[in-house]
Design a protein around this ligand. Structure first.
Ligand code: ZN
Length: 109
C-alpha cells in the first residue's frame, strides 16, 4: 500500500516534470513557456482538462476537470504550479478526513 507521504512525492514529481526544461533548453528545442510540442513524443499539446487520480493512504481521490496541458499523441499531462498547489490542499483535506473514496470537480473543490 502506498503511504500518505506519496502524495507529496507524486505532486513534486509532476512539478519537476513541468519544469524539466530550462529556458535555454526550451529555446534550443524550439519550445516556449507555453509548450506546444510534447518533449517526450513531439506530439502537439493542447490546453484542456484532465482527470487527476491519487492514492492517499488507503483512500483514493479523483479530481475531474483539472486544467492541464495535454499531449494529443501520448496523453502525457502537465499541471501548472497553481493547480498543483490546489491539488495538494485538496489532498491534505481528504487525508485529514480519512475518506476512503472522494470524487470531486476541481473548480468546485
Ligand atoms: Zn507526447
Amino acid at each position: 500500500m502506498i503511504d500518505h507521504d506519496k502524495i507529496k512525492i507524486a505532486v513534486s514529481e509532476r512539478r519537476i516534470r513541468f519544469r524539466q526544461y530550462s529556458a535555454e533548453m526550451m529555446i534550443e528545442r524550439g519550445m516556449n513557456e507555453y509548450m506546444t510540442v510534447c518533449p517526450t513524443c513531439k506530439g502537439s499539446i493542447y490546453i484542456g482538462t484532465a482527470v487527476f487520480r491519487v492514492k492517499i493512504g488507503n483512500g483514493i481521490l479523483v479530481l475531474e476537470d483539472v486544467p492541464a496541458e495535454i499531449c494529443s499523441l501520448c496523453g502525457e499531462k502537465w499541471f501548472s504550479d497553481e493547480v498543483m498547489i490546489k491539488i495538494e490542499a485538496i489532498a491534505n483535506d481528504v487525508r485529514s478526513r480519512h475518506v476512503k473514496f472522494e470524487i470531486m470537480t476541481f473548480d468546485a473543490a
